[in-house]
Design a protein. Structure first.
Lengths: 473, 66
């Protein structure tokens, strides 16, 4: 069974190792003792024989005893060894059955729950992390029901460790076997959703992430969710970003093309905890396909938020050319053509994540048009949505809600028809959302930023994958 | 008459002597058998004791090294 791979810093079950060494030692020692006893008796017989008749009788007695020691000794140790082996075998079988049963139960339970481990640092996905002994720090690479213990195991330092999920193994310190990053219980024992924020440089991904996290923390309790951070590092990152936004400062440029996951834990009474893995890579990752290869989370995506900066679209730039020139330092339009970013994403999935050339991405993709509050875009958006509502008269032509339909038409009008075409050709589940991740134009003032419309795309992506979030978009 | 009486006396003596020898051989045979049985039991007991001692000396659960 696969529970027996590598040696562990723990005391192994008696019936899987020491029992057989003990058996061999017992057989060897008893045989040597028999040989010694028989030798002594034969010696006594030899010395008694030359004496009188009584001596001869004693010699017969000792000689017989010597032969009996050899004969019965052999018979006894054969019989006792057989009994010993049978008992060892029986207990071996019982222990084997015991840990296999618990292991399979645990595996099935975790499988049904959808629990597995994903490292927020290196993005490796694995069934279980490595666990550390809280007393001596020894690394238990496979802390599962095994020959080292069915329900518990004893570490080499004597500390008793739970060997199964059912007994609170998740409370032990753990780490990623690949990069040794320390993990929390929520990195394993939770339902996880992996949602990267993609888009070119300066589309507003970091502000979006911060606003969404902030609003989740605020609005979560109203929906029955208790939200928090899994790691102190994430909490600190959020606090710094939140402070910037609260002071009217836009977040600093993200430089990491391989982002660490921004983990948010969401707990609801009576349900398994949910952990969001949100990824905010630098937009430059779409300049070079090599960097995207490292985004291993694309292999187990739950959904995608694809952010679009309308000021990177040719028609919007043309319409608002004059104002843009004045507001460019504040608006910071993305320089990367949005179609190129999307094309690189699909290309990477095809080359590295086994997406067929003609296949569609099955996970929900939310196209989020950011900076909608800037210039007159919001009014344009409202007009487009109103027109779509009027035209649809309750039955949208594309199957999309009128809000999405209006935004889709707006994108086409803004010269992003290639983008829309590409999205609709390659995405099985697609919706369009408009938002302002800052809530207002950056103008140098210290008034706080408060994102608008950042949660609906996230709720929709999550709700498409998990009933716990359903209907919140 | 005396010749036949002597012959009969001689036969009785021989028979008695043979009987005595047979008894002695039988007793020796019994004694040797008893010695063999006692030796066997004694030897078996020693073998059993040897196994029990070896078992006690070697079989114990694995412990955490001090």
């Amino acid at each position: 069974m696969s529970t027996e791979r590598s040696p562990q810093p723990a005391i192994r079950s008696y019936f899987f190792g020491k029992g057989y060494r003990d058996l061999w030692d017992t057989i060897r020692d008893s045989w040597l003792a028999n040989v010694a006893s028989a030798g002594a008796l034969f010696e006594k017989a030899g010395s008694a024989w030359p004496r009188d008749h009584l001596g001869k009788l004693l010699a017969v007695l000792f000689g017989s005893a010597g032969v009996a020691v050899m004969v019965f000794g052999t018979v006894f140790f054969a019989a006792f060894s057989l009994l010993h082996v049978s008992l060892l075998g029986l207990f071996f079988l019982l222990v084997y059955l015991g840990f296999s049963l618990v292991f399979l139960l645990e595996k099935a339970y975790l499988g049904i729950k959808g629990f597995f481990t994903v490292c927020p640092a290196c993005h490796e996905r694995m069934p279980l992390p490595e666990y550390l002994c809280p007393q001596c720090g020894a690394v238990h690479t496979r802390l599962i029901p095994s020959s080292w213990g069915i329900l518990n195991r004893t570490c080499q330092c004597g500390q008793r460790l739970p060997a199964t999920f059912f007994l609170g193994r998740g409370e032990l310190p753990s780490r990623c076997p690949e990069c040794q990053h320390l993990l929390q219980a929520g990195h394993t024992e939770s339902r996880k959703h992996f949602v990267p924020l993609y888009g070119g440089p300066a589309v507003g991904k970091t502000a979006f992430l911060c606003s969404a996290a902030s609003q989740l923390l605020q609005e979560g309790p109203a929906g029955g969710f208790e939200c928090g951070f899994l790691e102190e590092r994430t909490a600190q990152t959020f606090a710094a970003l939140h402070q910037d936004l609260a002071r009217g400062r836009t977040p600093d440029k993200t430089h990491d093309t391989l982002p660490r996951a921004f983990n948010l834990e969401m707990r609801r009474l009576g349900q398994d905890p949910r952990v969001l893995y949100l990824y905010d890579p630098a937009g430059e990752v779409f300049d070079r396909s090599d960097d995207l290869v490292l985004h291993k989370f694309q292999g187990y995506l739950s959904g995608l938020l694809f952010l679009v900066d309308p000021f990177s679209l040719p028609e919007v730039r043309r319409q608002h050319g004059g104002e843009l020139a004045l507001l460019e330092p504040h608006l910071r339009p993305s320089r990367l053509p949005v179609e190129d970013a999307l094309a690189r994403f699909f290309l990477n999935l095809e080359e590295n994540f086994e997406l067929a050339k003609t296949a569609k991405v099955r996970v929900p993709v939310a196209v989020v048009v950011n900076k909608i509050d800037a210039l007159a875009l919001e009014r344009e958006h409202e007009e487009a949505v109103a027109a779509a509502r009027a035209r649809a008269n309750g039955r949208p032509a594309t199957g999309l809600p009128p809000e999405d339909e209006g935004l889709r038409e707006l994108l086409i009008r803004w010269g992003a028809s290639d983008l829309v075409q590409q999205l609709e050709a390659r995405c099985a589940r697609l919706r369009y959302f408009a938002c302002s991740s800052l809530g207002r134009m950056p103008d140098g003032s210290s008034d706080p930023f408060a994102g608008r419309g950042v949660l609906p795309p996230l709720w929709w992506v999550l709700g498409s994958q998990d009933p716990a979030f359903f209907g919140r978009a | 008459m005396s010749d036949s009486a002597d012959a009969a006396g001689g036969c009785v003596t021989v028979v008695l002597a043979l009987a005595a020898i047979a008894i002695v051989i039988y007793l020796v045979f019994l004694a040797v058998q008893a010695m063999i049985v006692c030796g066997g039991i004694y030897g078996a007991a020693i073998a059993l004791k040897n196994y029990a001692l070896a078992f006690r000396r070697n079989v114990r659960p694995e412990r955490v090294p001090a």
